[in-house]
Design a protein around this ligand. Structure first.
Ligand code: ZN
Length: 431
């Protein structure tokens, strides 16, 4: 029942935020995926392999233990999002080989493999966070995805106050090659992940060998949880995941009549939904419909202005005993309402006494016509005239008449943008 504890203030706050600022910065990248995103978390080391180990302030910091706690927190946080499946290469203190870890991910058809580690250095002064991602030498797409995901994770961790050591790739130092003969990645799990077709990352959260990093980021269960949750938030932002108790707007599709069809996932224990819309260039959302039926999961917006681009979102509501409570706003889906633009028919071009007479039949849904021509000297078509008015059906061109190809289209203005129909068949005016 968690979702209903939120008061009406929640939605006012959200919509208020949207009203007062550019919403794209709030909901920049929310997507909905058909298949769940499979994330494999790999808590580094385990069993006889403790990883980096240091003694600070009367206690031991063992990397294997820190990594596992971070991974568990990351998994719990990720599972609060819709459309995600999370696996862990180990869930307690035992050893898994590096090859075994990546094979585990491959068997589960991972979309990404994220190894969770902590750093150590002989220099006790070194501190901070860095994330390693695959190079782009081989399977460039995987390399780029990895880099992008790494930057999202890094950003979240830095926001906790950890020193930013940047994101990096590291090439092999022993001459090993990818199948295309390029230099392979240095780290085994990154290399093997790429060979399996998905990006592998290594997150080095902070330094076990630095007493300040240990006390600031590892010294309590709550601090470790924050690290794992930051990893989760970074991944969620990279994939544009939507939290589970937030409605998911699956699609917004324009039909040929210019209407927009919305579809969303049904939610438990809702009494209905509200649909919000804003037109491109307008910064506030307006409620365009309230659907008082929890089983209803679609809506057709017939109030569109054809050719306008809209952003839609929905919120669920629940009629409580004393007041109505709302869920957070869903993800936002962008769609342009279509307008059919017709090509003017029956173009005729005749020349006499230094003028060219051009005629055509008028069409519907237009603001006017654009006439173009191409002479033997032109590389491409040049505009002859832009004729304003749907009812106008002729144009007289008086200039140096020469043999040329003519064509015409209709146009329509939406805001600052001009949309054109297809051009007519070419008519040659000969002299
Ligand atoms: Zn490690």
């Amino acid at each position: 029942m968690k979702k209903f504890k939120r008061s009406i203030v929640a939605i006012v706050l959200i919509v208020g935020m949207l009203l007062s600022m550019n919403q794209t910065t709030v909901y920049a990248k929310t997507n909905v995926y058909e298949k769940p995103i499979v994330i494999v978390l790999d808590p580094g080391h385990g069993g006889h392999d403790s990883g980096a180990t240091c003694y600070w302030g009367g206690r031991w910091y063992r990397e294997k233990t820190l990594n596992l706690a971070i991974a568990k927190a990351c998994k719990a946080k990720l599972e609060q999002y819709a459309g995600v499946q999370v696996h862990m290469t180990r869930s307690s203190d035992y050893f898994v080989t590096l090859g075994g870890r990546v094979r585990y991910a491959k068997d589960r058809k991972a979309d990404i493999f994220v190894a969770l580690h902590n750093n150590a250095s002989f220099s006790r002064k070194m501190n901070g966070v860095s994330v390693y991602y695959p190079n782009i030498n081989y399977n460039t797409k995987v390399g780029k995805e990895g880099r992008n995901a790494a930057s999202y994770i890094q950003k979240e961790l830095v926001s906790l106050g950890i020193k930013n050591n940047g994101i990096h790739y590291r090439n092999t130092e022993n001459g090993s090659k990818y199948p295309n003969k390029s230099k392979s990645d240095y780290y085994s799990v990154i290399r093997q992940s790429k060979l399996s077709g998905f990006p592998g990352l290594i997150v080095e959260h902070a330094f076990v060998s630095n007493s300040s990093d240990c006390s600031k980021f590892f010294s309590s269960a709550d601090k470790l949880k924050k690290l794992g949750e930051a990893d989760a938030k970074g991944l969620a932002k990279y994939y544009g995941l939507v939290e589970k108790d937030t409605p998911v707007l699956k699609s917004a599709q324009a039909d040929e009549d210019g209407n927009v069809h919305l579809q969303w996932d049904a939610m438990d224990e809702m009494d209905g939904y509200r649909v919000y819309r804003r037109a491109q260039g307008v910064f506030s959302y307006t409620k365009i419909a309230t659907i008082r039926d929890e089983s209803e999961t679609d809506y057709v917006d017939k109030t569109t202005k054809k050719g306008t681009t809209y952003y839609y979102m929905i919120a669920g509501y629940h009629n409580g005993r004393k007041k109505v409570t709302y869920t957070d706003a869903s993800n936002i889906v962008k769609v342009t309402a279509l307008e059919t633009l017709y090509t003017p028919q029956n173009l005729k071009v005749t020349a006499e006494q230094g003028t060219v007479q051009i005629t055509w039949e008028s069409t519907e849904h237009t603001d006017g016509y654009i006439i173009e021509r191409k002479t033997a000297n032109d590389a491409d078509y040049q505009m002859v005239a832009k004729v304003e008015g749907a009812d106008i059906t002729s144009y007289t061109q008086d200039n140096n008449v020469t043999t040329a190809d003519y064509r015409i289209c209709s146009y329509r203005k939406y805001g600052k943008k001009v949309y054109q129909s297809k051009f007519s068949e070419i008519v040659t005016c000969q002299l």
